[in-house]
Design a protein around this ligand. Sequence first.
Ligand SMILES: [Zn+2]
Length: 325
Amino acid sequence: MTIACPACNNTDQVELKETYQDKQEIVWQLIECCDCGVQFWHSDKSYDFVYETDQVFYSNGILQNKLAVESNDPPWHLRQFLQHPPHSQSRNRTLLDIGCGEGLFLSKAAVLGYKVWGIDPNPRAIQMAREYLKLDQVFISDLNRFARTKPAPFDVVTAFEVLEHQKKPREFLDQIKTLLKPGGYFALSLPNRLRYRGRIEEPWDYPPHHWTRWDPSALRRFLESAGFQIIQHRLDPPVERLMPYLNLGIGSKLLARQITGSTQRLEGVKGPNSHLPLIKRLMIIKDRIQRRMLYPLAQLFKLLGYAGGTQYALAKKKFIEQGES
Ligand SMILES: [Zn+2]
């Protein structure tokens, strides 16, 4: 096979791991690069469907995002950055979030003091970010188009659950490097392909949604070979995986009712309410109790060899690269 790895451009050492036929009857091959360890989907047919503008599929998170804004409980991968930001003094530092969606992360990063920018190809998500979270530097764009506007380099670039959607991850990372100041930080999250022992059964981990699969060592190699120094690299603990199973959604429904007036009607919402302290507080307390309750079960999962489902990494762009003067 002469197929180039999209992460390291290696062409001579690849191994077929799995095949998959999609709804259009296109046959895909999951190939592992023996050089860098990344797995990627390959087909001989060209494929034009652009998933990012599939607004129905990618707008389902809007209510969840509103709830997360209101309840102050963003998902694990966002908390890793927000609880351990790379700058102790972030005032006036600039941050670009690629694939910012409705702006949940940006709104929290702004509270830390960052001057936030965001891009996302989904127009509805950007509209929500502007109208609901009052973010102004958010744009309907992909990374290439945004980079062509030659913005001033950023202190931080983030891309949560984005890398695995890229057909050309190497080009994507190189583009991010050009947008970062020397010594700037890149934070990202993506699925851990070792989360299942057998075949992955989640439909979104197949084309046209995810194009690559990464284990922890492939991710590290990828970042380091591009001149980044890894500052943090974590897998989510088992308790995070178990949390949704204990969620009856009662608190969420109450909160949704408060936010929207009805759990059904989501349009025309004017902005986060600041007068919901009691429900917010109750939800935070409930989550804490849930995490404690799940702890013994989570330990059992660990003993059974459970691997984390999500990887989070924070990497620093080196000041001077080898080979540069
Ligand atoms: Zn490779």
